[in-house]
Design a protein around this ligand. Structure first.
Ligand SMILES: [Zn+2]
Length: 80
């Protein structure tokens, strides 16, 4: 589940974003990938988390290579 931040304020409630970190997970079909310390924009009102486009692309690559490795459960950390 990924939501791209395309605006400067939260599309749901109009709140402001603050820089934060989140844990992102994806179902690979056969396995599950969890990525910790993912940079995200967090709404200061509703707490919803949004990703930058570059971050979303990096997560896609991590998911693709985890799927290739056939990992059942893999936990990675995204470097800053
Ligand atoms: Zn919000």
């Amino acid at each position: 589940m990924k939501k791209l931040a395309k605006s400067a304020s939260c599309p749901l409630c109009g709140g402001s974003f603050v820089a934060g970190r989140t844990t992102w997970s994806v179902d690979l079909g056969k396995g599950v990938l969890v990525v910790r310390d993912v940079p995200a924009r967090v709404c200061d009102q509703c707490g919803d988390e949004w990703l930058d486009n570059a971050t979303a692309l990096a997560l896609d690559e991590m998911a693709a290579s985890a799927r290739q490795r056939g990992a059942l459960v893999e936990v990675l950390t995204m470097a800053a």
